[in-house]
Write a protein of this length. Structure first.
Length: 326
């Protein structure tokens, strides 16, 4: 078969995808932990310059895309989804519409989202939904954008969306959306402690800015170009959890703890129950506790659950948004 025949075959497949009303596409996308997060100054656009080391972990959002005349979304999941918007403000819906505009697709989609990543939990659940929606709609509609084109669309939707698309381990700069893959050997074992109530990311950043202004004379100047420290990259490359435990860092942890003091108790409980170290994930309130190995993670999970906390064992790094064969 020649190149022209292959092109014609691809075109026929795309056409079939876009017109088969019974076809659906299932995509799974991971939540994330920021194992390192340095926050720089506020920029003119209102965002902060960031330097972060992301790790995608095995707590997933599942999105199934169905052909439809319009755009709609519905939710199920292991978390309370009653507060989630189902109108055009929903990030997954925005992703689907953005892809349709970008490619000139004239149909619609219904997205069924099964949520497991905590809502407003600092783990990028909404961003994972958006990344999964991009991949699912692209496959369903046969629009056949490249990974680079999808990443550009993702960056316009939110700072964490490109990483949910990429997965693995990566360094994020600018708003966190300029990504460079980072080598991470082996598997890291985490236990996540969840809160019943989420936290507003803007509120946490506002609290950080207020703290820095209040104590400007006593703390180090804020970096204009934050970077990820070399020891973090070394620990990830080595696949060494003890080395990584020594360099976990999150500039948003202090303001998150001021807003939610009980998180300090969760961190202390985790570390006294065998965790190598703990960190508030992103803007919180999810607490990520790093274990030495799988057996230690099981013991830690049991201890947290026995204390009445909702917890889960996860591993990282894992792949980003991918089509799942049902």
């Amino acid at each position: 078969m020649g190149a022209g025949d292959l092109g014609a075959a691809d075109a026929r497949r795309r056409d079939t995808n876009a017109t088969d009303p019974d076809r659906s596409v299932h995509v799974r996308a991971p939540g994330k932990i920021n194992v390192f997060l340095r926050v720089g100054e506020v920029r003119e656009d209102g965002y902060h310059d960031l330097a972060t080391a992301y790790q995608a972990v095995s707590l997933y959002e599942d999105v199934v895309a169905h052909h439809d005349d319009g755009f709609s979304v519905s939710f199920t999941g292991s978390v309370d989804v009653s507060s989630l918007p189902t109108d055009s403000s929903n990030l997954a819906m925005r992703a689907a519409r953005a892809l349709a505009r970008r490619t000139g697709y004239r149909g619609g989609v219904h997205l069924e989202i099964d949520k497991n990543v905590p809502i407003a939990g600092g783990m990028g659940g909404g961003s994972a939904d958006a990344a999964a929606a991009l991949v699912a709609c692209d496959a369903l509609w046969g629009t056949a954008l490249s990974r680079e084109q999808l990443l550009k669309l993702a960056a316009r939707l939110g700072a964490d969306v490109p990483f949910a698309l990429m997965g693995g381990t990566a360094i994020g700069t600018d708003r966190g959306d300029r990504l460079s893959p980072a080598l991470a050997r082996g598997t890291f074992h985490w236990v996540l402690a969840f809160s019943d109530e989420g936290m507003s990311t803007p509120h946490v950043y506002t609290a950080l800015d207020a703290h820095r202004e209040r104590y400007a004379a006593d703390i180090r100047p804020v970096s204009t170009a934050p970077t990820v420290e070399a020891n973090v990259l070394q620990a990830l490359r080595a696949g060494d959890p003890e080395m990584l435990a020594d360099c976990l860092s999150n500039d948003l942890q202090a303001p998150a703890l001021r807003l939610r003091p009980e998180l300090a108790e969760v961190l202390e409980l985790g570390e006294t129950s065998g965790a190598l170290a703990g960190i508030v994930s992103g803007s919180g309130p999810t607490v990520a506790l790093l274990a030495a190995d799988a057996e230690s993670a099981i013991d830690l999970h049991v201890a947290l659950s026995a204390s009445g906390l909702r917890a889960a064992r996860v591993t990282g790094p894992v792949a980003g948004a991918r089509v799942v064969a049902d």
